[in-house]
Design a protein around this ligand. Structure first.
Ligand code: F6R
Length: 573
């Protein structure tokens, strides 16, 4: 959550910081701010979005600056609570990503020392502490300040009269890029690659100081030799709706993913999968739904498996050295998932990450990583990354069999996805009906994902139900104002799903089916193209549900790319 950026170099920092914040806005968009260092530090803040910040930031010339786009944790979204925060004496400006868990006690002790807080945030503490603890050496000052802070405390700072940018990473990502006469740091390499693809990733506990020509890294007061490498992360073109573009990209994303996943399944990854006595899939939200799919297809190839919501790890007792724990995370930064990973490692399990972001934290923490190569996903609602996660899980499950997906098979799947991506279940006559998403077995995973997508970007209630389970209670909700989206791709379950469709219709519901069978008796049927392995239908059947949510959101006049209360990379617990 929150996007932070810092720049030192020959360009005008205003342009780089504001453009970078636009790229990082997917990480939080309830308020924004920037600070620039010339002789003085000047700060501009808004309770609106980056476009509003741009309007209130004059055309100043400065060669160092920092910026922040916020997802509020402490204090309402407002100009007052927007970052950067200045120290009491105006000497330091700070942008912070994370949550300071000992904020109450630190705040109290600072108030006792006579500091007057001007915001309701925890982050302001860092600015005051930097000034109070400053000993003439920024490395030791930052070490001292960070030793006082608990929680996730990644920050970037400016010091008055100084064109250097200071940073410390703890619990939230920071990537530094080194270009020709300029250096730039950001939460995501996407904000850096317009200027340079040479990047280094900070690890927890590391501090860095950058100026226009160089970056120096430190840990525990000692200088580190950190190599720079090339990143292939590139920002997508500007477009009016990223979610639309990302659904449309699914066919090409699947082809890229196939190549990237094939490369990532090294002998070490393959051995991990083959030797696992048990697999547990962890993830949050959409990534958890991918985990549910993983559980089903791994059990189909004979591996006892479970899928666990990452934040619910405490109730998962059977994690040991015989377990392969798989962490599915598009961003690679989700705090709940990273905490679950640390716990599984502590219990001796082998750990495998499935992620879309090569520079992300999960890649440093897991024993092995499979990259899904879906390309940058900017819309908050995950779409193309979800189907590429499913593909990765499918290809990993094949390591337990003699079969491997071939080039012609992935091409056929991508072609089928292209056909399906034009399908949309949205019908204006049902826009005010109560939506029910229904499926059985592997199709229940798709129903869950369809309901989540619908809730997330329409802000309307929706839920998923098991086809056989509906009659055991939830059918009480069904009436002639209900619309059901029934997913059915499994011949074995067809009879039961057909019975559910009749039960729904008998109570007045209108039934749409997403299926490979024309025998369900739905009011309207969307036929999926035939594919070579029915285990792959969830890759296709979710696409019309993504389109449904997107169209419903647009028809409500909402911004599907930036849903209410959400942000893409959830780095708080
Ligand atoms: C929903 C969505 C979220 C994420 C979840 C995990 O559309 O995108 O539910 O799936 O926050 O994020 P990652 O995959 O980055 O760990």
């Amino acid at each position: 959550m929150c996007g932070i950026i810092g720049y030192s170099g020959s360009r005008n920092a205003r342009t780089v910081v504001l453009d970078g914040l636009k790229t990082l806005e997917y990480r939080g968009y309830d308020s924004a701010g920037a600070a620039f260092s010339a002789e003085d530090i000047t700060v501009f803040k808004t309770g609106g979005r980056v476009s509003d910040l741009e309007k209130i930031t004059p055309n100043i010339v400065a060669h160092a600056g920092i910026g922040h786009t916020r997802w509020a944790t402490h204090g309402a979204p407002s100009a007052k609570n927007a970052h950067p925060h200045l120290s009491f004496d105006g000497r330091f400006a700070v942008v912070h990503n994370g949550v300071i868990t000992n904020c109450d006690e630190l705040k109290l002790s600072l108030i006792r020392r006579g500091i007057r807080f001007v915001s309701d945030t925890d982050s302001e503490i860092i600015a005051h502490l930097l000034s109070l603890e400053y000993d003439g050496d920024m490395v030791s000052t930052i070490d001292k300040v960070s030793s006082l802070l608990r929680g996730a405390t990644t920050f970037i700072a400016l010091k008055k009269g100084d064109e250097r940018v200071y940073m410390h990473r703890n619990g939230a990502s920071l990537v530094v890029g080194k270009g020709d006469g300029e250096c730039i740091v950001a939460s995501d390499a996407l904000a850096i690659t317009p200027y340079t693809s040479d990047v280094a990733v900070l690890c927890d506990g590391e501090t860095a100081i950058m100026n226009a020509t160089d970056v120096k890294f430190f840990k525990n007061g000692k200088q580190l030799d950190k190599p720079f490498g090339k990143t292939d992360r590139t920002a997508p073109k500007d477009c009016s709706c990223h979610m639309r573009a990302e659904i449309d990209e699914i066919p090409s994303a699947l082809l890229n993913a196939y190549a990237e996943i094939s490369r990532s399944i090294t002998p070490a990854v393959s051995d991990m999968v083959r030797n696992a006595k048990r697999t547990i899939f962890f993830g949050c939200g959409t990534a958890y739904h991918a985990g549910l799919y993983g559980k089903i297809i791994f059990e189909r190839v004979g591996v006892p498996s479970n899928a666990v919501i990452a934040s619910e790890i405490d109730d998962e007792r059977f994690i040991d050295e015989n377990c392969l724990c798989v962490f599915i995370t598009q961003s690679g930064e989700t705090a709940d998932t990273l905490i679950a990973l640390a716990e599984c490692k502590a219990r001796g399990a082998r750990t495998l990450a499935i992620t879309n972001v090569k520079e992300s934290t999960v890649t440093f923490e897991a024993d092995e990583t499979v990259f899904i190569g879906a390309g940058a996903e900017i819309a908050v609602a995950a779409t193309k990354s979800y189907v590429c996660q499913l593909l990765a899980l499918y290809m990993l499950s094949q390591e337990r069999t003699e079969k491997r997906m071939g080039k012609s098979e992935i091409q056929a799947l991508a072609n089928a996805a292209k056909v399906v991506s034009k399908e949309n279940l949205y019908a204006p006559e049902y826009k005010d009906f109560n939506p029910f998403f229904i499926g059985k077995g592997i199709d229940n995973v798709t129903a869950k994902e369809g309901a989540l997508k619908f809730k997330e970007i329409t802000c309307k209630f929706a839920d998923a139900y098991g086809a056989g389970e509906l009659k055991h209670g939830s059918i009480a909700l069904i009436d002639e104002k209900s619309v059901a989206y029934v997913v059915s791709t499994n011949e074995h379950d067809e009879e039961r799903v057909r019975a559910t469709v009749r039960e729904l219709q008998s109570r007045g519901a209108y039934v749409f089916a997403v299926t490979n069978s024309n025998r369900l008796g739905a009011n309207k049927t969307l036929m999926l193209p035939k594919i070579y392995d029915e285990n792959l239908y969830p890759v296709l059947s979710v696409i019309p549900l993504q389109n449904l949510a997107l169209t419903a959101s647009l028809c409500l006049g909402l911004d599907p790319d930036k849903p209410r209360n959400l942000a893409k990379s959830v780095t708080v617990i």
